[in-house]
Design a binder for this molecule. Structure first.
Ligand code: PLP
Length: 463
């Protein structure tokens, strides 16, 4: 083999070449030089795959290499993805997309100064925790409310505050993993409380709580909503109302970790019954924790609603400072909550709710339009078929939202669909799709209709 130094142009020569001068204008000299040095080093060490001695002597080859790296760098690490998986609240894809008006409010507050902790009437210091409280009280009937970073933070703060290192009673059927390897028993212990396991996995009766409280004492009772799984068959659990009576009797608070944050009537979204924060309070919970970015359809946030005294204690806990919510989050949450004052408006404007409520015939029309645009591509077998989406985000387990999907494959060969799905993720914008039975499956429920054109372009690219 020839010594690469014979055909690699000198760095100065490359930098003076037309296409590389253009890159310096576009990305700056420093960044271009840095990437160019790396490209040259790769060729010198024989680690540059696609090219031969002819291309390694050509400045245009280096320009293409360097441009690809710089463009990728410019796109950044965190970027928008088209979600064609049909999982509405896809935790790995950022959960709930925000309403346009929530995004606008977020941008306005983020770009400048705001009255985040400033009382405009008196000109004195205000509290960030005042924002959203009025709306949360109206929407849930709670005496008071507090917004923190996420539901996990809300739960840790609640347990740390009310249990003060004491025993907390939890049913064995509720010692669950909420996702990403994070488990209720461990979170409870890290919040300083002592876990007291009650009953059995499938059956926990009120009497079990009473026995546990007599045996180990109780500083609080925690009920965790089984949001991401179901247990069926020979099961029994103590109701919130029963637990609240026991909590009164013992003189301790009842904390309900609810999760989903749904404020609308699930029936209007054709979803099965699911307890909501307001109902939970009405049944006697003293504190209820929910997520901002699940079926509430807002930004990542944890919301605690409950009795005035307890919420005030949470606010005064030093841990609250470590879990505090950001101004842009508050701005988006406030708008999302305001949209919920009229359920019809929420269902129309909040993307997650709109997606959940989208009727199958609308999805079918969009799927057929995309499939027909692809029909001229030889080789690929594209078809439209019934399919179902899910709510996701650890909510409504087992619930299928009937819809319609676009399915395609190039060949029956195993692995081809995975290659196509990888190619869809690889381009710009990346598209996340499902692979089922050797086909790529695109579920348009979770694709903004305005993105159908972009999706089509990406499909043409890979097929
Ligand atoms: C989702 C969920 C959590 C965690 O909420 P995040 O907002 O993701 O922190 C905790 N508890 C329950 C019951 C949940 O459903």
């Amino acid at each position: 083999m020839t010594d690469p130094r014979r055909y690699i142009p000198a760095l100065e020569q490359l930098l003076g070449a037309e296409p590389i001068l253009a890159l310096q204008t576009r990305f700056g000299r420093e960044r271009t030089v840095e990437r160019l040095r790396e490209a040259v080093a790769r060729v010198r060490h024989g680690s540059s795959g696609d090219g031969d001695e002819g291309s390694f002597a050509d400045p245009a080859w280096y320009a293409r290499e360097v441009e690809a790296v710089l463009v990728e760098e410019e796109r950044g690490s965190l970027r928008p993805v088209i979600n064609a998986t049909g999982v509405v609240l896809h935790t790995n894809l950022g959960r709930a997309p925000l309403a346009a008006s929530a995004v606008a409010a977020m941008a306005r507050v983020a770009a400048g100064y705001s009255n985040l902790e400033f009382d405009l009437a008196s000109g004195e210091r205000g509290s960030r925790y005042d924002h959203c409280v009025g709306l949360l009280r109206r929407l849930t009937g709670a005496e008071d409310a507090l917004v923190v970073n996420n539901n996990a933070a809300a739960l840790v703060l609640a347990l740390n505050t009310v249990a003060r290192g004491g025993p907390v009673l939890v049913s064995r059927g509720e010692l669950v993993e909420i996702g990403g390897g994070f488990r209720i028993p461990e979170m409870l212990e890290r919040s300083g409380a002592v876990l007291v396991e009650v009953g059995a996995t499938n059956r926990t009766r009120l009497g079990d709580y009473r026995v546990a409280a007599q045996r180990d004492g109780a500083a609080a009772i925690l009920k965790v909503h089984r949001s991401n799984f179901r247990i069926e068959g020979f099961t029994e659990e103590a109701s919130l109302t029963e637990l609240s009576e026991l909590a009164r009797e013992l003189g301790v608070p009842l904390v309900h970790d609810l999760g989903s944050g749904l404020l609308l009537d699930p029936g209007t979204l054709r979803l099965p019954a699911e307890p909501r924060a307001g109902e939970s309070l009405a049944a006697g919970a003293d504190l209820v924790c929910v997520s901002g970015d699940k079926v509430l359809g807002g930004p990542q946030a944890g919301i605690v609603v409950g009795t005035a005294g307890l919420v005030q204690e949470l606010r005064g806990n030093p841990l609250c400072r470590a879990l505090r919510v950001d101004k842009a989050t508050l701005a988006a949450l406030e708008v999302t909550l305001r949209l919920h004052l009229d359920p019809a408006v929420a269902q129309r404007e909040v993307p997650a709710l709109r997606m959940i409520a989208t009727a199958p015939d609308i999805l079918q029309r969009r799927a057929e339009a995309i499939a027909s645009e692809l029909s001229d591509l030889g080789g690929a077998k594209v078809r439209v078929a019934e399919g179902h989406s899910v709510v996701g985000g650890g909510t409504f387990p087992g619930v299928e939202l009937p819809g319609c999907t676009v399915r395609f494959a190039r060949s029956v060969g195993a692995g081809d669909a995975s290659l196509l799905a990888a190619a869809l993720r690889g381009g710009n914008p990346p598209v996340a799709a499902r692979v089922e039975d050797g086909e790529v499956v695109l579920d348009l429920r979770t694709v903004d209709p305005d993105d159908d054109g972009v999706l089509l372009r990406r499909l043409r690219e890979v097929l």
